[in-house]
Every structure is written in C-alpha cells, then in structure tokens.
Design a protein around this ligand. Sequence first.
Ligand SMILES: NC(=O)c1ccc[n+]([C@@H]2O[C@H](COP(=O)([O-])OP(=O)(O)OC[C@H]3O[C@@H](n4cnc5c(N)ncnc54)[C@H](OP(=O)(O)O)[C@@H]3O)[C@@H](O)[C@H]2O)c1
Length: 311
Amino acid sequence: MDYLQLGRSDMRVSRICFGTWAFGGWWWGKSDDDESIEAIHAALDAGINFFDTADIYGGGRSESVVARGLEGQSDVYIATKGAVLFDDKWMTGVSNEKAYLKRACEASLKRLKREVIDLYQIHWPDNKTPVSEPMEALMELQKEGKIRYGGLSNFGIRDLEVALDTARYESIQPLYNLLHREIEAEVLPFCDENEIGVLAYSPLASGLLTGKFDSQSQFPEGDHRRDHPDFTEEAFQRNLRIIDQLKEFAEKRECTVTQLSVSWVLAQPGLTCAICGARNAMQLDEIVEAVDYPLSQAEVDRINHIASSTE
Ligand SMILES: NC(=O)c1ccc[n+]([C@@H]2O[C@H](COP(=O)([O-])OP(=O)(O)OC[C@H]3O[C@@H](n4cnc5c(N)ncnc54)[C@H](OP(=O)(O)O)[C@@H]3O)[C@@H](O)[C@H]2O)c1
C-alpha cells in the first residue's frame, strides 16, 4: 500500500480509503454486517488505514459496523460526515446549521465508539446557510477535542474559497472518476494551491467501471443505480461502449477494468486517495491491487482518449 499526507494534517493515509456507504444498506439494496466486517479486516490486512463513513449511511448502521470492524485498532483513521438529516427510515433533508452539526458529531462519536473523530466532513451544502457557519462548527468541534480535522464534501468552488477565509480544512470529498471529471477545471487547482487533500468518491462510478454490467443488467428495488443517470438510457449505452474499449486496453495490460479505473484516479495530480466501496473482501482484494499497477503518462493519455470518445 502507498500512503500520502492528508492536506497539512499529521495523517499519513493509505491511497485507497475504504468507503463504507454500502454497509448501511440504504441506496444499495441489502447488505450483510458479517460480510462487511470481513471486508474491513481484509482492508486492514492489505494495509488500508483510512475508512470513510457517514451518519446517513443506513441511518448510523455503517458507522456502527465500522466501529465493530475496527474494534481494538488504534493505528487507523476514521472519516465520517454529517449534515444530511434522517429518521429511522430515510433521509429527510440537509442542514448546515451549527447546532445541528454539533449534535450530529456527538451522535457519530457514540456510534463509532471513539473519543475523537480524525476527519469530520460536512457532507452536503444545504444551499441556505452561509458556509461560514458549518466552518465555525468544525472550528468549535476541533477546539472541544471532538474532531482532529475538518473537511468539506460536495461543495462548489465558490464555497470552498469562502470557507477557507473562515477556517482551515484539510480535505474535500468530491465525485471523481473516468466518467466525471468536473473538478479538474477549478477545484483541483484550488486544492493544490492551498495544500488541501482530495478524496475522490465513487472512483468506480458506483460499480459501473468494474465492467461487470451490460445493457441487460437490472438493479433490485432499493438500489440507487436503478434510476441513476449513469446507468440509464443513452448515457448508459455510451458508458458501456467506453468500458468495452477500456476492457480491451486492460486485457493487454494484464489487469482488470476495476484496477485500471482506480489506477487512473490515483495517477491524477493532486489526488490524495480514491475512496473505494466494496461489499466484500473479494471485491476489495481486486481493488487493492490497483496500487501495484501505476500507470505511465502514455497510458493515462490513452485512457483519457478512450473516456472522452462519444461514439
Ligand atoms: N460524499 C459523498 O457524497 C459520497 C457519495 C458517494 C460515495 N461516497 C463515498 O465513496 C465510497 C465509494 O463510492 P461508491 O460506493 O459510490 O462507489 P465505487 O467505489 O465507485 O463502487 C463501489 C461498488 O462497486 C462494486 N464493486 C466494487 N469493487 C468491485 C469488484 N472488485 N468487483 C465487482 N464489483 C465491485 C460494489 O457494488 P455491487 O457489488 O453492488 O455492484 C461496490 O459497492 C462510498 O462508500 C462512500 O464512502 C461519498
């Protein structure tokens, strides 16, 4: 495993961060806690020391599973997120209000069974509270010793700039993969200039870039991919054509499309980690090997060419 410093923090995190959204069950159909815990243990065996969760993932279930899987481990970093409101069945809104975020952080601490959260991230903007308010929440939580560092997820460039005027944060967590490269224009240069870590989520486009789906694939009730634009209609057909070409390229290179896609994310300048989701140890083992297959610049160029084809 390779490790990098996260922003200006004292954390040296594995370049594969284990994303545990699916462990919560919501949006992913079913999940099995024993299988999830086994995957966490496989991650530890592979040298992964960084785990990403959120309170909304299964309404606290993912955080509780992460706590069980990491019980007794002291040399690992846990990143969680708050801001999405939920009841015992589903999400009910988003809030960036300070009082709410501080309560949410306390609840995450309890579920994670930790005295301090290594990285606490504001999950989504609520599009009404000025960004200075969640930043003040992060500052206060840090002063109170409840979090070590703060981060932002899904915020646009203007908010990221304004947020930095209020308080230092060490990471952002945006969507980034071969099919979604929006952050390259402004967000990545901003983070580079300000030494802010970048944790790319959905590096496999929620499984699409594993190459295991085809035009007949169907998703069960409760699986968010059933209605996801990447998996429906014309975009899906176009994505499948890109993936066919990636498969050919991966075969020549003697790796899998999964590994090629994760290696591509890790090869991008300014990227600290790829937050990879896996339902079980077997999926994770395949992902982890991507670290052993660094891409040359010529290979990155070739993959860029394939991914930008619209035919
Ligand atoms: N901040 C945010 O708003 C946000 C949003 C999304 C994600 N995230 C974070 O990023 C993490 C990863 O994102 P993600 O879960 O959307 O997507 P991902 O890493 O792009 O894809 C993960 C999914 O792909 C499938 N998969 C993975 N490895 C595989 C393998 N070797 N063979 C076959 N299938 C495989 C599994 O689903 P199936 O087996 O069901 O196909 C797995 O759950 C999340 O867990 C979460 O921590 C954050």
